[in-house]
Design a protein around this ligand. Structure first.
Ligand code: TA6
Length: 282
């Protein structure tokens, strides 16, 4: 069933086969906006000040970052999170969207490409998969991330597990290299770290909602842990000052080292997010 979402901001709704899980997305940025289960409790964070405007990224959900991560010669976090994608063939529980290069993108990034993104929902599981094809005659180098914003009951009751032993680059200290020693990472200040070659299985304990997220990544070596905390939250125009307490970004990507793709080559990656009730250790 193809969706005729006229406006790039029209909501496309997916339902798991048992009808319990719902996902909302839109063509703008192929942006997953929301995901909830039978209890209606959001699993992804979307700012109440999120802007839905052409040329602007949406604050929350799962922004797609490509071909640049962070600041650089291109717009921050790249070219695709603020453009209208095309909806391909879909079913009730799966949406396929794609974006190709254009004259506008080529002026910024001189490569011909096609990016395919699929979203699939099952009971308590969200699967995000991406495929990039280099349609040019030259190799291209890119970085990529799924910039996932998780909704949490209270950041004070959150812990992140699976990064112990990882090297990280602290973006708040000009990329200074550190080594994570904590099995349970708690957020008590602004954090913006790129964990390099992180394990493919990670966990977020959301004590405020009595649940935990299991994140499983494929062909995405790195993980970003980000929370803007108090001061940065106040500087973000599309973010409420107190919203730092109700979100945490755990992003999966190829960030520390760019990926090189030869002409005609394809690159694939995915992230699967599960959620379950948990009185887990914080
Ligand atoms: O993923 C972390 C990060 O790079 C932070 O530095 C912060 O800027 C965040 O992304 C959000 O970036 P955005 O451009 O969406 O405001």
């Amino acid at each position: 069933m193809a969706h005729s979402a006229a406006s790039a901001f029209d909501r496309i709704v997916l339902r798991s086969s048992d009808g319990l899980d719902g996902v909302e997305l839109c063509r703008h940025g192929a942006h997953v906006l929301g995901w909830h289960g039978a209890d209606g409790c959001d699993r992804l964070f979307l700012s109440r000040r999120a802007e839905f405007a052409e040329g602007k990224p949406i604050r929350g959900g799962v922004p797609i970052v490509f071909p640049q991560f962070g600041d650089g010669p291109l717009p921050k976090h790249g070219l695709v999170r603020d453009r209208a994608w095309t909806v391909g063939e879909n079913t009730a529980d799966r949406a396929a969207l794609w974006l190709e290069d254009s004259a506008a993108t080529r002026t910024l990034w001189p490569h011909a490409f096609r990016l395919d993104f699929t979203v699939a929902v099952a009971t308590d599981t969200l699967t995000l998969a991406v495929q990039l094809e280099n349609r040019g005659t030259d190799a291209c180098r890119f970085k990529f991330a799924l910039h996932s914003y998780f909704a949490v009951g209270d950041i004070a009751l959150v812990s992140v597990h699976g990064l112990a032993g990882c090297e990280f680059r602290d973006e708040l200290a000009s990329g200074a290299v550190g080594h994570e020693t904590r099995e349970a990472i708690r957020v008590t200040a602004e954090v913006d770290r790129v964990y390099v070659n992180a394990p493919d299985r990670l966990r977020i304990v959301d004590g405020g909602h009595g649940r935990e997220f299991a994140i499983r990544k494929g062909n995405l070596p790195d993980v970003v842990l980000w929370n803007p905390w108090i001061d940065k939250s106040r500087r973000l125009p599309d973010f409420m000052p107190e919203e730092y307490r109700r979100m945490i970004c755990l992003e999966t990507g190829a960030i520390a080292a760019p990926v090189t793709l030869a002409p005609g080559e394809r690159w694939e990656a995915k992230t699967v997010i599960g959620v379950q009730a948990s009185a887990g250790t914080r």
